[in-house]
Design a protein around this ligand. Structure first.
Ligand SMILES: [Zn+2]
Length: 105
């Protein structure tokens, strides 16, 4: 039985680039503080648009490059971020499969 998960689940991105978001319909980009784990989630399309504005290659930008562009200071005082893909809380395996099927068709 599919069970809703109440927390963010990291996704192993095969190429380590923003383009990987297209492989996982419904996923988000998580920017996480390396010091304390505080994070923010962004829709991939928003991040790609921003990368294009910054002339950083859009979907070709790596997550390391994305993390490096985060100018914000974390509430804990650190400015060392990590970026990656994740499934939002409440997304079931059934949801993931359904979205993936829809994206293929
Ligand atoms: Zn922090």
């Amino acid at each position: 039985m599919a069970k809703a998960v109440s927390r963010w689940r990291p996704i192993e991105a095969p190429n380590g680039k923003m383009a990987d978001a297209d492989l996982f319909p419904g996923c988000f980009v998580l920017v996480t503080c390396k010091a304390c784990g505080h994070f923010k989630a962004y829709p991939p399309a928003t991040v790609v648009l921003r990368l294009r504005q910054l002339q950083m290659g859009g979907t070709l930008a790596t997550f390391a490059e994305v993390a490096g562009r985060v100018g914000a200071t974390c509430p804990c005082g650190a400015r060392d971020w990590r970026a990656g893909l994740a499934w939002p809380p409440g997304m079931t395996d059934g949801d993931i499969k359904r979205l993936a099927a829809r994206a293929r068709n």
